[in-house]
Design a protein around this ligand. Structure first.
Ligand SMILES: [Zn+2]
Length: 47
């Protein structure tokens, strides 16, 4: 994830004013989130 992300400050999690939290879409779309990391692709290749 982006360490300088203005929305999540590099945490990958965005806190809304109502207290709810969700994945930072900016980091997700940029491909920096762990859920879409290269490790996932590697595991598929091994299978
Ligand atoms: Zn972010």
């Amino acid at each position: 994830m982006k360490n300088n992300c203005p929305k999540c400050n590099g945490t990958g999690i965005v806190k809304e004013e109502d207290g709810s939290v969700h994945t930072c879409w900016d980091c997700l779309m940029s491909g920096d989130m762990d859920v879409h990391s290269d490790k996932v692709a590697d595991s598929k290749i091994k299978i």
